[in-house]
Design a binder for this molecule. Structure first.
Ligand code: NAP
Length: 297
């Protein structure tokens, strides 16, 4: 599969580019970034070419990988989907349900496959764990704490403007939401509050009656940084295992899933529809924070 990469920031360097260059079934064609020097530097590191024009890179590939702020990604993904190109998007797909739905519809209309890179969901130990707890059933609640501290010196993610504005809800919220949905099912009600230091508490009521509590921030004091998640129910407590962070390997599995879906295999469970479902939940949480009301989905 011929790939073009959009984005030259920290995540493109850490995950997308090395994984595309290492994948045996990928031809890594080119890199686009708004800064041509950064695009040239990243492309040259991986034997690809820098492109100055977005549509020229889209035209020259079978699939796009996108590592850009969500609103910038949404625009490029829509253009690529309309050109019939397969999409390997990063989380969150977009900032609005409308933008995410538009990408889903364009991909469907143009037979483009799609996968969204919810990193932990592409780690086999997490996948096995979620399959196990789904089979067990009887869960009454889930709790996910994802407290990051990205504004400390030396953290590359702290430079990103949209993370400062949109906070943990949109940055780590997608990962947290993607963990609970396969086990507890769709969400029908969302309510949320944000406190100091971006401390965002979100309650989700799933259609089966279970409740999820998400605690999210990207601006925690360093001593409070943590990533914990667990399901609670009739059979007791099931903690999501802590696993080694291997983004390049995980991204390789996302590429496998896209190649398989594009070749007529089953759609990935982390497809564009799933990505859009996550966006709807996060947008509802943002609305609840802004209005002080519970939002029905
Ligand atoms: N799956 C995961 O675990 C995971 C982990 C980290 C990040 N991500 C996702 O990956 C994406 C990229 O993240 P990131 O950490 O690299 O930081 P980012 O701030 O989201 O993106 C940085 C890149 O976006 C470019 N950019 C910023 N504003 C732009 C605009 N208005 N128009 C065009 N380009 C623009 C930057 O260009 P300049 O260099 O020229 O400023 C840089 O190439 C995000 O969506 C993030 O959510 C996912």
């Amino acid at each position: 599969m011929k790939f073009g990469l959009f984005g030259t920031g920290p995540w493109a360097h850490l995950a997308h580019a090395p994984a595309l260059a290492a994948h045996k079934d990928v031809e890594f064609i080119g890199v686009w970034g708004r800064n041509p020097e950064k695009a040239t530097e990243l492309a040259e590191q991986h034997g690809a070419k820098a492109y100055a024009d977005i549509d020229a890179l889209i035209a020259g590939v079978d699939a796009v990988a996108v590592a850009l702020p969500p609103d910038v990604q949404a625009d490029i993904a829509l253009r690529a989907a309309r050109a019939g190109k397969h999409l390997l998007l990063d989380k969150p797909v977009a900032f609005t349900a409308e933008a995410a739905d538009e990408i889903v519809a364009a991909a469907k209309e143009n037979n483009a496959a799609g996968v969204v890179f919810f990193t932990r969901r592409f780690m086999p130990q997490i996948d096995d764990f979620l399959a196990g707890v789904t089979a067990t059933g009887g869960w009454l609640e889930a709790r996910v704490d994802h407290l990051g501290s990205i504004f400390n010196e030396g953290n590359p993610f702290g430079e990103s403007v949209w993370r400062k504005e949109s906070g943990g809800l949109w940055d780590v919220g997608p990962h947290a939401t993607a963990l609970v949905l396969p086990v507890l099912g769709p969400v029908e009600k969302v309510t949320a509050l944000r406190g100091t230091r971006d401390m965002t508490h979100v309650l989700l009521r799933h259609t089966g009656g279970a409740i999820t509590t998400l605690t999210l921030t990207v601006n925690a004091p360093a001593k409070l940084e943590r990533e914990d998640a667990a399901f609670f129910g009739e059979s007791g407590v099931a903690g999501v295992p802590a696993v080694d962070w291997q983004p390049v390997q995980a991204f390789g599995r996302a590429v496998d899933a896209l190649i398989s879906a594009a070749g007529g295999g089953p759609a990935s469970p982390l497809d564009l529809e799933f990505g859009a479902q996550v966006v709807k939940i996060l947008a509802a949480a943002a609305e609840s924070i802004a209005t002080g009301r519970t939002v029905d989905l």
